[in-house]
Design a protein around this ligand. Structure first.
Ligand code: PFF
Length: 471
């Protein structure tokens, strides 16, 4: 095992870490899936359950992941391996925490390319075309996607060549505040539309009758994905975190930022949907981010034409898609950094060589994923399970995004509780934060990390497996 410390890098400050980690956490999940899930599942009732999971399940896992990274200054494979003294089984768990982000990056890249194409179409005055049903099918089956794919990959790898401070952190420092301001401006605009208040009350009035076991399960998975847990991201970002800084406090800021953006996205999407059609039945909305963003939202933006004219509606649409693109870009960069950190730490590659290797690997896997929605019949009808035909894109998304994440989270908990032991974890968490010792938080983590939390994650994992593969 070789470590090339010169190429590893570090965040410049606590704020740099918080912005970068929030950049990773804020993604399609916040901007689209969360608002719709909340409105379908009891509004504020869902929000309360979600907050409970963020605080009591996700937050401890977040601390554990960051602590593992900072203790070892290594990527997930190196972190599992170093703490366990080279145990081959735990090294395998570390490999899973590299493979998972590697594969998630594959389908997330494809979605981000679609966003780029949508922004281009709107800029050329084609919002009306995007709003026609079925147009999304044409966009995703157009071979010109490859040109955009190459452009996007070039941009991402250029950012990643800049390293932790000059690339990832600098991007987040620019995009995260921009994203927050754009979101607030869009919310203010949408709230002035007729019927917007119906959407707000749909979103904010708690309806506990709608809450059942599947809603609770959904809230936990959403919280887990939204905070970028189980993807090896926070282990790696933790390895770039200064030993002078406070892990518990910084993680709290990331969780608050992520949840606030999700909350405000609800104040944007729901009022916009109800302004479009005051009789919208939220039950009929799909929680699939992809269907909503690309099929449904262009129609909503076009409907604003009567209020603000075609150009006005196009500008709002362009602002929204740019916002989603920024969120996706900061998430993408975070996830591609994980395998890059692995090539640097474990193989002693320079950052340049690691970035190049990762670029080649990502291109090789992204091509079939891009061809999965009509360009190639082979990849479009790649396999079938759970009674449904699945494309290569679906397969990667189902296996790595939907299923394996909670499992990786589970291994982190078991690892920290029984291999590293809560005493080892504590030793790291008190660095930069003496108040952790003897705190209520410490007592809660000592109790729950090896008991309640892994059990809950196991239940989510099993129910997802059941739903996707046997449903
Ligand atoms: N936290 C992200 C979200 O809520 O959308 C999840 C994510 C997905 C992060 C893909 C990174 C990534 F590449």
């Amino acid at each position: 095992m070789v470590q090339n410390s010169q190429d590893r890098g570090q965040f410049s400050s606590k704020l740099g870490f918080i912005l970068a980690a929030a950049g990773s956490a804020v993604g399609l999940g916040n901007l689209v899936a969360f608002p719709v899930m909340a409105s379908k599942n009891g509004g504020a009732a869902f929000l309360i359950i979600y907050l409970f999971f963020v605080a009591f399940i996700c937050y401890p896992v977040m601390l554990a992941e960051i602590a593992m990274g900072r203790r070892t200054t290594r990527n997930p494979v190196g972190a599992f391996s170093a703490i366990s003294g080279g145990n081959p089984y735990w090294r395998l768990a570390g490999m899973l925490a590299i493979l998972t982000p590697f594969m998630i990056a594959v389908f997330y890249t494809v979605i981000t390319v679609w966003l780029v194409v949508y922004i281009k179409e709107i800029a050329f005055g084609h919002l009306d075309m995007l709003s026609q049903s079925g147009h999304f099918g044409e966009v995703v089956a157009d071979p010109s996607l490859f040109a955009w794919l190459l452009g996007l990959l070039a941009l991402m790898f250029f950012i990643l060549l800049g390293g932790v401070k000059g690339g990832i952190e600098r991007l987040a420092r620019i995009l995260m505040p921009t994203l927050a301001v754009m979101l607030v401006l869009l919310v203010i605009f949408v709230l002035t539309l007729d019927n917007a208040s119906v959407g707000v009350s749909y979103y904010l009035v708690p309806d506990f009758d709608r809450v059942d076991l599947s809603v609770i399960n959904g809230a936990l998975s959403q919280a887990f994905f939204s905070l970028s847990l189980g993807m090896g991201i926070l282990i790696t970002y933790g390895s770039y975190f200064s030993r002078k800084d406070n892990i518990a406090q910084s993680s709290r800021m990331v969780a608050i930022a992520d949840t606030s953006i999700a909350f405000f996205a609800g104040m944007l999407i729901l009022p916009a949907i109800f302004a479009f059609d005051a009789n919208t039945d939220t039950e009929s909305l799909s929680t699939s981010s992809v269907g909503l963003i690309f099929d449904f939202l262009p129609q909503i933006f076009l409907s604003m034409e009567s209020a603000v004219g075609y150009t006005g509606a196009s500008m709002v649409a362009a602002a929204f898609f740019t916002l989603v693109f920024f969120a996706a870009l900061t998430s993408m960069v975070s996830i591609i950094e994980i395998p890059i950190a692995c090539w640097i730490d474990e193989f002693g590659f320079s950052r340049r060589k690691a970035v190049l290797l990762q670029a080649v690997l990502l291109i090789v896997f992204t091509i079939p994923a891009t061809m999965s929605l009509g360009i190639s019949d082979f990849f479009t009808n790649f396999t079938s399970y759970g009674g449904v035909s699945k494309s290569f894109f679906d397969l990667v998304s189902d296996v790595f995004y939907e299923t394996i994440l909670p499992f990786v989270g589970l291994t982190v908990c078991i690892f920290c509780a029984y291999q590293w032991k809560v005493s080892g974890l504590k030793e790291e968490l008190v660095v930069g934060d003496e108040s952790y010792s003897g705190s209520l938080l410490e007592k809660y983590i000592n109790f729950s990390l090896g008991t309640v939390i892994p059990v809950v994650l196991l239940v989510v994992f099993l129910s997802t497996v059941n739903q996707i593969y046997f449903g």
